[in-house]
Design a binder for this molecule. Sequence first.
Ligand code: NAD
Length: 268
Amino acid sequence: MEPYRIGIVGCGGRMGRMNLATIAAAEGCVIGGGTDRPDSPIIGSDLGLLAGGEALGLIVGDDPVELFAAVDAVIDFTTPAACRRHAELAAQAEVVYVVGTTGLAEAEQAAIHQAAIQTVVIQAANMSLGVNLLQAVTEQVARALDADYDIEIVEMHHRHKVDAPSGTALMLGEAAAEGRGVALSDVACRARDGQVGARPRGEIGFATLRGGDVAGEHSVIFAAEGERIVLTHKASSREVFAQGAVKAALWGRGKPSGLYSMRDVLGI
Ligand code: NAD
């Protein structure tokens, strides 16, 4: 059987490099190619060396059309604008498309839904097993408790992160809202500053911290009179996200087209 070729868009990024190294070490797949922005200094670099191993004779390109034509799956941790274009290409080439990029606006998310009509798309704001379990637990706890328990979601990430609250924090907020039987958009308070008044009952609040090299920390707090439940996940390395992304790419092989989540991949 031909090796399963996985391509990486944005392969010079923090996650892109980690994804390359993870594919190189994984069973059942090979690095099929990689791209980055045309002005990136890594264009022309050998993908094997970028992955931390031997030279592969495959270089980082700047043409996603060429990449999508040459691989079976693509993993995308880039930017929302790039994602929109990549989703169209994934649909045309009918390759498995794994989307980890966060902060997508409505039109960019619509492009993901559109692509999933024609191909297998797996999208998760967080690809780690731990966070996906936390999501399931958050939904259950929110279902068990009433609005006497104020829900607050606190996250911290490294200083380079550009979107806030994190995609994972919003995903946890969605899970809490789902458990409580409300729409997150009706109850979310994404930031507070100044004379905001007392906390409305039923609100789901978010707090964002940025600094240093933190890979990702999330806590969901259920606070009532007299007690507080805190569910926390801490990622100490980006490796967990890359392992999830590669697992998703392998899982997607041969599946019917559609939009899947990491919970589908992990069976939880
Ligand atoms: P980064 O800035 O280090 O990397 C992004 C890379 O994409 C860069 O190399 C950049 O040059 C490249 N890029 C930008 N536009 C491109 C284009 N048009 N074509 C090809 N490459 C392009 O960022 P990062 O820390 O690796 O994070 C990337 C995204 O992944 C963010 O949205 C982040 O929130 C998300 N993320 C998700 C998870 C998850 O588990 N789902 C985990 C970590 C990060």
